[in-house]
Design a protein around this ligand. Structure first.
Ligand SMILES: [Zn+2]
Length: 261
């Protein structure tokens, strides 16, 4: 059986977020067949929240230089072939496919506003101030602004490995951030504040349980997590254990760089 717009609205309304702004991450496939697809999901989200932002990242504008600063979680010069495929950033560049289909639908929505970061842009609806808070030196600032307004994270059929807000909390905890580079039409720009790796983030789930609301819609579980509470849980865990939330892959360059920082 497919999931209808009304199923989505009914399910999402149970989260009690009509007066709150949210940052959403979604896998539509996790729900099963949705009548009306991504547009229906976006409509249901707008119906059940005060406003919504999503990451609209564009990794294809990234370049890997031959040399650069040390302890940067990167092997310089290792992607010379990929550099040739890099596409210059412009404000209308589509969202990377690996972000899912929903952020691209949101970006193209008539009233959406998108920030201008060449790698880590965000788009939002009814959240212009939040989107406008981003800076080149503070790419995840919209997540901080969202928390200041009592925002929530929505994980729609996805887990914490895509929960970008955990990266914001890592920075709050003083964890090492990285530098990356992006190709613009006429030059290359340095992009500080690039976060670490998220493969190890699911271990946070039990500690977030008391700040999490949950509903099942179709085949998917939807979780809502209070953003400020999430920050506190992550910061406390990193203060207690500087290696908390890092992944176990021995070849992970960013987690390795954090361990040695
Ligand atoms: Zn890692």
């Amino acid at each position: 059986m497919s999931v209808s717009l009304s199923d989505l609205k009914t399910g999402l309304s149970k989260l009690g977020l009509t007066k709150n702004l949210v940052i959403a991450h979604a896998s539509l496939k996790a729900f099963g067949l949705i009548d009306g697809g991504a547009e229906a999901m976006l409509n249901a989200l707008l119906d059940s929240t005060r406003g919504i932002i999503m990451p609209t990242f564009t990794y294809k504008s990234m370049l890997n230089p031959e040399v650069g600063p040390p302890r940067n979680g990167i092997t310089y010069g290792s992607e010379a072939d990929l550099n040739k495929l890099a596409e210059a950033y412009h404000p209308d560049v589509p969202v990377d496919k690996l972000m899912g289909v929903l952020p691209e639908i949101l970006r193209k929505y008539p009233k959406a506003k998108r920030s201008l970061h060449p790698i880590q842009s965000f788009a939002g609806i009814r959240a212009d101030g939040i989107i406008g808070s981003q800076r080149m030196y503070d790419p995840l600032a919209p997540i901080g602004s969202l928390a200041d307004q009592d925002g929530w994270v929505l994980l729609l059929g996805v887990d914490h490995t895509v929960n970008t807000s955990i990266h914001y909390a890592e920075k709050l905890a003083g964890r090492l951030q990285f530098i990356r580079w992006a190709l613009l039409q006429d030059r290359v720009v340095e992009c500080p504040g690039f976060p670490g790796d998220s493969d190890g983030f699911n271990v946070i789930a039990p500690a977030l349980e008391k700040h999490t609301r949950r509903v099942k819609i179709g085949n998917a579980t939807v979780q809502a997590i209070h953003l400020k509470s999430l920050f506190k849980v992550v910061v406390d865990q990193i203060k207690e254990n500087p290696f908390a939330l890092l992944c176990q892959r021995p070849d992970c360059e960013r987690c390795t760089a954090v361990r040695w920082s």
